[in-house]
Design a protein around this ligand. Structure first.
Ligand SMILES: [Zn+2]
Length: 100
């Protein structure tokens, strides 16, 4: 059972523990990068690759712009006319004269 001393995730670390990102890593991690969900190490590898790569910067820039556009489109509050309709509906129901 000596092999256990290397830990159960040795294979996993070999798989993901690369020291450099390539273009495919950048594509795969772009969303997490923009959301700032990458670990510090991965973010550094991401930056290092994009800095030296001729292909990735335009892709990352487009990705960022797309994410920002989507965020801008998301309505933060209900549109006024909808709120007005709901308020009118609530008023109509609460002002309902009691049946006699
Ligand atoms: Zn690249």
């Amino acid at each position: 059972m000596r092999a256990m001393s290397r830990g159960p995730f040795g294979w996993f670390r070999r798989l993901v523990g690369k020291d450099e990102f390539d273009c495919r890593d950048v594509l795969a991690n772009c969303s997490d990068y923009v959301d700032e969900e990458l670990s510090e190490r991965d973010a550094e590898k991401f930056d290092a690759h994009v800095r030296d790569c001729p292909d990735c910067p335009p892709y990352v820039a487009t990705f960022k712009a797309t994410v920002r556009t989507l965020q801008d489109l998301e309505p933060k509050t209900a549109p006024p006319e909808l709120r007005e309709r709901i308020r009118a509906q609530i008023a109509a129901e609460s002002d309902h004269p009691p049946a006699s």
